[in-house]
Design a protein around this ligand. Structure first.
Ligand SMILES: [Mn+2]
Length: 246
């Protein structure tokens, strides 16, 4: 059975991530475990660029990075842009800019006196130059072992997980339809599901404390909001690690 340390929404909070990694490395917790990040690396905190640099280093060590809705909107904008679909391109750029805070700043890009498209193109260029665009475009939606399913928001309670995976895979290259398992706050708050013998682990919807039960784990504690911690869940011991701003 494989063991994981799962980290939910980091939201540009690179100092909180460093605080967590410090505990993990000091205690040698990765000796027989893999890190799995549940998505939403960008926006809010001031260190999005640094945080993605760190993610790319960790990915080289075979740790796993999933896609959150904050990345997904950006990916859709990029796919629509590539396919010259100006209608969807402009919708997603607009949507993403509404979600954005501090991300552009961390790349040294100002929004001052520029239209949305120009801001977006400058951002894409910066992402490419730091190797971040490939990282973002390659993020998978879910990761699983025999008994654990890890995904940004959650799984649907009324459809076989095996069928949900087929559905998700079929939506990957299109930018028109949202993948509910990444976006839905309803799924992110469900305390139960119908996959027997499996634990579903997700982030996306901020809570006061992590929720840990036998078959459901919800981890987002609002990192990126004032005073809120970044947490990690150790799958084989059920221990929760906390990282607060110093
Ligand atoms: Mn989210």
């Amino acid at each position: 059975m494989s063991s994981f340390i799962v980290i939910p929404d980091t939201q540009g909070e690179v100092s909180l991530l460093y605080g967590l990694l410090e505990q993990i490395f000091d205690r040698n917790l990765l000796k027989d475990r893999k890190l799995v990040f549940l998505g939403d690396y960008i926006n809010r905190g001031e260190g999005t660029k640094q945080l993605l640099d760190e993610c790319i280093e960790l990915k080289k060590l075979n740790h796993v990075f999933l896609r959150g809705n904050h990345e997904d909107v950006l990916i859709r904008a990029y796919l629509a842009y590539q396919q010259k679909d100006e209608f969807y391109r402009d919708i997603y750029i607009y949507q993403w800019l509404k979600m954005e805070s501090n991300t552009l700043f961390s790349y040294g890009i100002s929004k001052y006196r520029k239209n949305n498209l120009r801001i977006f193109l400058e951002f894409v260029e910066a992402l490419e130059s730091f190797g971040h665009l490939n990282f973002l475009l390659s993020l998978p939606v879910y990761y699983e072992s025999d008994n654990i399913i890890m995904i940004h928001a959650g799984i649907k309670p009324n459809l076989d997980w095996e069928l949900q995976k087929i559905e998700i895979d079929s939506l990957l290259d299109s930018y028109e339809y949202e993948i509910e398992q990444i976006y839905s706050f309803e799924l992110a708050k469900l305390e139960t599901h119908n996959e027997e013998g499996k634990t579903v682990v997700s982030g996306h919807s901020p809570r006061d404390e992590p929720f840990v039960s036998k078959n459901r784990v919800m981890l987002d504690c609002g990192a990126g909001k004032p005073g809120r911690p970044l947490v990690a869940w150790i799958s084989d011991t059920n221990e929760i690690l906390y990282s607060y701003k110093k």
